[in-house]
Design a protein around this ligand. Sequence first.
Ligand code: NIG
Ligand code: FE
Length: 391
Amino acid sequence: MTTTLLTGIRTLVTNDPALEGAEGPLGLVEDAAVVIEGERIAWAGPAAQAPAADTAHDLGGRAVLPGFVDSHSHLVFAGDRTAEFNARMSGRSYTAGGIRTTVAATRAASDEELAATLARYIAECRRQGTTTLETKSGYGLTVEQEARALRIASEQLDEVTYLGAHIVGPEYADDPDAYVSLVAGEMLQACAPYARWVDVFCEKGAFDGDQARTILTAGAAQGLIPRVHANQLGQGPGVQLAVELGAASADHCTHLSDADVDALGQAENTVATLLPGCEFSTRAVYPDARRLLDAGATVALSTDCNPGSSFTSSVPFCIAIAVREMGMTPDEAVWSATAGGARALRRDDIGRITPGAYADLTTLDAPSHVHLAYRPGVPLVDGVWYRGVRQ
Ligand code: NIG
Ligand code: FE
């Protein structure tokens, strides 16, 4: 297998503090080099100690970090919600009801249209430094439509989540419990083969704690790992349920009680995934990352890219907001958008630049990862390696 030596790295974020010569939680190495062998990292460390390789590539003083791991998006959709966004920016508030607009458009779209739209957004994410992306169903809300969305997603992505419980399907508006039975029964059977995760929007206007428990437990019995849309619009049972069920993540975490923060602080396996693009685009108060970090929680940062509440695919934008508005240091935000996302997806082969991990790397036209927050809105990502191949 061919080996490639990347040299001229001013700052390398490895996220592996155990690596020789690496400092702090980000496992930083200054004046570093990386060796890629096939699709994996073979070596990372100080340039002076780098082994020989078949070819070399000089990065000219750039910062290199693991490709972003965006562990929360909703990209199997059709249509547009510009009018809803415009109304919100004129004072209307966000509710889960807008999801119905996207459900109608998605149902009317062909398989080819949905697949092409998804491919376009995956490419958009990749150009901005994201090398791993999770996405969900949730704009179909019938057995056939949810299974179709997941089949299309699974043809393009590894990390796919069944979200039949996004809102109650319009055909079941008068009988939400019958919809819960469908989601936990026939729909789950049809969807499970295409998904790794099961998710519920646990919120007023969507599903309550008991309904969420029924669906997540049924999903787990089919081998899907739970994650929960929790405490986005107000306080509620979502976070506690996520921790109790050992969910991989509680996502949003915007409105937390002290008990919720404690639960996430003590949780062994449940990551708090913060999605500041959502608060930006709904003019809501940002989640308090500092409070979670100080309580000992593991925090991930993701885009929540979707046409309703957060139509951004930019992880650097989320990092900048998290630093400016949510009490994170630049180092913490970069960790959360790389290693934190990997934790939320229970992966140790991504989110780090260390021997054995996939060679998924992002380079910045800047000497340090701190510039992601220091230079907000500037397109600093200027190179992406995915599985060892320059994109
Ligand atoms: O994560 N909260 C629920 N789902 C999405 C919003 C989806 C939509 O508005 O279309 C979210 O914000
Ligand atoms: Fe979401």
